[in-house]
Design a protein around this ligand. Sequence first.
Ligand code: NAP
Length: 272
Amino acid sequence: MGPGELMGVFREDLLAGRVAFVTGGATGIGNGIAHALGRHGAKVAIASRKRENLEHAAAALDAAGIECWFDTCDIREPEQVERVVAGIVEQFGAIDILVNNAAGNFPAPMRKISYNGFRAIVGIDLLGTYNVSKAVFEAWMKDHGGGVVNISAPFEGMGVALQSHVAAAKAGVDSLTRTCAVEWGPLGIRVNAIAPGEIAQTEGVARFGDAVAGSTGGNNPLGFAGATEDIANVVLFLVSDAARFVSGQVFCVDGASGVDAFKMKVEPPSED
Ligand code: NAP
């Protein structure tokens, strides 16, 4: 089944009447999630730093018949985040779904990452997730409930060369996921995370290029790289009522790459 065929799995009106906010929703995985949420009936707000990318993405969402709103925002700045969150509530009257997708990344050994470089990644990936979650909680979810999905990375419990900053930040995101699920569960808010493996045609993979030996093109037991739709479909499940008893979990969506301890070549079963 190719990526284009993956979207007919859920009912088209799955999220009718809901409002979703996707940070970093103009590009890559976030953009795939924004389209998937919109195609299933949600009104979609996106925000990131580059207005040009947001305008382009909003035009495409609009062309797909999805009601969309956007604003620029650096998620490291709480005042900017609060302004955008207030704008969404003013525009759409709610924020039922939050996808904390925005993140930064560059591959480098820890000793070569500058203080500012390390701080920037932790500032975007971890503190940004905290800033947006808190603002959406205060502005809407604490009184109305909702669903939060944090986009993490499949690094938990591992040492990850060239990713000291991202791995540390995403470990914090996973921790925040569990804590918010516990603190906010009584208010009807479910909080989960998705840790994507290799997702084809994304900036995340492009940036790594040759840095990860043999990693591209589906070096996992399922034998193919994921598509943005593979992540979007898990988001759709997690924010839908089908997942009403699911909270505080980090789901690896990686073709079993993370549990493949020795990456040995396994022969396909023979006829005899
Ligand atoms: P991407 O296209 O670079 O997406 C990142 C988005 O975050 C961009 O739209 C960017 O927009 C936004 N952003 C960055 N810094 C920001 C800031 N300070 N404030 C607001 N927005 C900011 O990368 P991607 O590969 O799709 O990754 C999406 C998510 O998946 C990330 O959380 C990443 O860690 C995770 N992930 C990806 C892979 C993969 O294979 N691609 C694997 C594991 C995890 P602006 O530049 O306009 O701000």
